[in-house]
Design a binder for this molecule. Structure first.
Ligand code: G3P
Length: 215
């Protein structure tokens, strides 16, 4: 499974990149807003740090506006993937971008039916938001499982990005289901390293060694 980071913070991206395990980045307008920086400049900088796919989202919601923005994004860097919201016009835009060989990530996916529409239009990725489904009492990972089964049943090439990841369990479940990608906030990505027994083990190794040498 590929690990993406879900942030627009370049310091977090540089740190995650330095670990040598980062495959890509997803941003969205809310994440960019947190950084209080120019959207295009930020994405350009991220694309130079990470060689893998970097998702940048359109802000328009009508066909012409989304298509124009998508074409603009595709010129920013070779590894930009254009994030398009799941709307009828959005799906039409994805179909057109597929013809133009521009990679797309269809975002705000909350059902299998939506995911299928995106895949049929040729989306490179679909992003089901698991945390937001859990937030309202649903089961986000069940949706991921159903999308993966559907794509397998019909040989659809679209990759599934598990998005809106809230905890380490979402990552484990994604791995067990064979999801292609999880896009993970920095804190949770950092948390993947952590286990109390690792910390205790290191402490004990060093203490034992020191005791033997001092004694
Ligand atoms: O990048 C989209 C998605 O991961 C948003 O997550 O935490 O705002 O639901 P969240």
């Amino acid at each position: 499974m590929k690990l993406f980071i879900d942030t627009a913070n370049v310091d977090e991206i540089r740190t995650a990149m330095s670990w040598g395990v980062l495959d890509g980045v997803t941003t969205n307008p809310s994440l960019i807003a947190k950084e209080k920086r120019d959207y295009k400049e930020t994405v350009k900088e991220i694309c130079a740090i990470v060689p893998g796919p970097v998702s940048a989202e359109v802000l328009s919601t009508d066909y012409d506006g989304m298509l124009e923005e998508a074409r603009e994004w595709s010129k920013v860097a070779k590894n930009v993937v254009v994030k398009i919201p799941l709307l009828p016009d959005g799906i039409k835009v994805v179909k057109q971008l597929t013809l133009e060989d521009i990679k797309t990530n269809v975002t705000l996916v909350f059902s299998v039916n939506q995911a299928v529409l995106a895949a049929k239009a040729g989306a490179t990725y679909v992003s089901p938001f698991v945390g937001r489904i859990d937030d309202i009492g649903g089961n986000g990972m069940l949706l991921v499982e159903e999308i993966l089964t559907t794509f397998m049943n019909y040989d659809l090439d679209t990759e599934v990005i598990v998005a809106s990841v809230r905890n380490g369990r979402h990552i484990v479940d994604s791995l067990m289901m064979g999801a292609h990608i999880a896009t993970i906030p920095f804190k949770i990505l950092q948390g993947m390293f952590k286990h109390p027994l690792t910390d205790i083990g290191i402490e004990r190794f060093l203490a034992d060694y020191k005791a033997a040498m001092d004694g």
